[in-house]
Design a protein around this ligand. Structure first.
Ligand code: ATR
Length: 289
């Protein structure tokens, strides 16, 4: 890959609808850095070649994000990983140093916690219900198991039960997941008794998707957090609002994980003013999607 500028970007598949470029390019512009954030869509058989090329001293790429379906697969290509990545088994941010050594970070987990903090949700002693056991669930479950303000219970449902079992077995090798209970049916999540319901599945991405949770289970003491941000309001979030629950979409987590990723690449703390511009850029991009 040739470029006059330093390049950053995101690898994954599919990437068409990623809002990350608009957020990071806003920050580069504000900081007057001659760099660009691009989409690097990769098929599985292109992954190794991409990482081989990164080792070239002429490569213009100095960092990138990793998304579906490669967050776990890329670990094998890292020269170093952070202790958090070791625990979670997933990388979403890669930093490349001047010797072309790759360090894998995870900013999804702290990004999720930052979003919870923004909405002033305290996890201590709470009952959490989670839908899904994919890459996003890994960071979220891991984060909730590692914080000192631990929830009282975490129940998780996944359509493919074996995937959920594998996730908990894998996380359980490095962190305490003893208070996490996998359930076989959505009803067994006991959403009617929960404080926080998190949707990490892709159900809701399509406008006509029927939510996995029956609206009758939702209640006004519940916070419903859907990782989906496009559409801005999934049917699940609409149901939540209708019954007086607090409804939060995934744009905040996208923003916080992105800020943390940028800070790793630039090795600086971003000013509040720049962060606000990044968030506004995201909001505006979503409006025109
Ligand atoms: P991500 O990294 O965004 O979590 P992923 O790893 O592909 O993406 O995971 C997608 C999640 O959505 C999985 O939990 C998946 O369930 P399966 O493990 O059974 O595939 C869930 N999911 C996707 N479509 C679904 C559907 N129609 N009904 C229920 N769950 C679904």
């Amino acid at each position: 890959m040739k470029s006059e500028k330093a390049l950053y970007g995101i690898i994954g598949n599919p990437l068409k609808h990623s809002l990350s470029p608009v957020m990071h390019n806003t920050a580069f512009k504000e900081l007057e850095v001659d760099a660009e954030y691009r989409l690097f869509p990769l098929d599985e058989d292109e992954l190794k070649g991409f990482f081989d090329e990164l080792k070239s001293p002429d490569s213009p790429i100095f960092g990138f994000n990793v998304t579906v379906p490669y967050k776990e697969k890329v670990i094998q290509y890292m020269d170093h990983v952070t202790p958090l990545v070791e625990k979670l088994g997933a990388v979403n941010t890669v930093v490349i140093d001047k010797d072309r050594k790759l360090t894998g970070h995870n900013t999804d987990a702290p990004g999720f916690l930052a979003q919870l903090s923004e909405i002033k949700f305290t996890t201590n002693g709470k009952r959490v219900a989670i839908l899904g056991a994919g890459g996003s669930a890994r960071a979220i479950v891991g984060a909730l198991c590692m914080i000192s303000d631990r929830p009282d219970s975490i129940k998780i449902y996944n359509r493919t039960e074996s995937r959920l079992d594998a996730l908990l077995k894998d996380l359980g090798e490095r962190i305490d997941v003893s208070f996490v209970e996998p359930v076989s049916y959505v009803d067994d999540l006991n959403v009617e008794l929960a404080d926080l319901l998190i949707n990490t599945t892709s159900v809701g991405l399509k406008e006509d998707d029927i939510p996995l949770v029956d609206p009758d289970m939702l209640h006004s003491n519940l916070t419903v957090y859907d990782l989906i941000y496009n559409p801005r309001e999934t049917e699940l979030l609409k149901d939540a609002k209708r019954c007086g629950a607090k409804a939060v979409n995934g744009l905040g987590m996208l923003f916080y994980q992105g800020v943390l990723a940028f800070q790793h690449w630039a090795n600086v703390q971003l000013d509040e003013e720049i962060k606000i511009k990044m968030r506004v850029a995201l909001e505006e991009a979503l409006r025109y999607e």
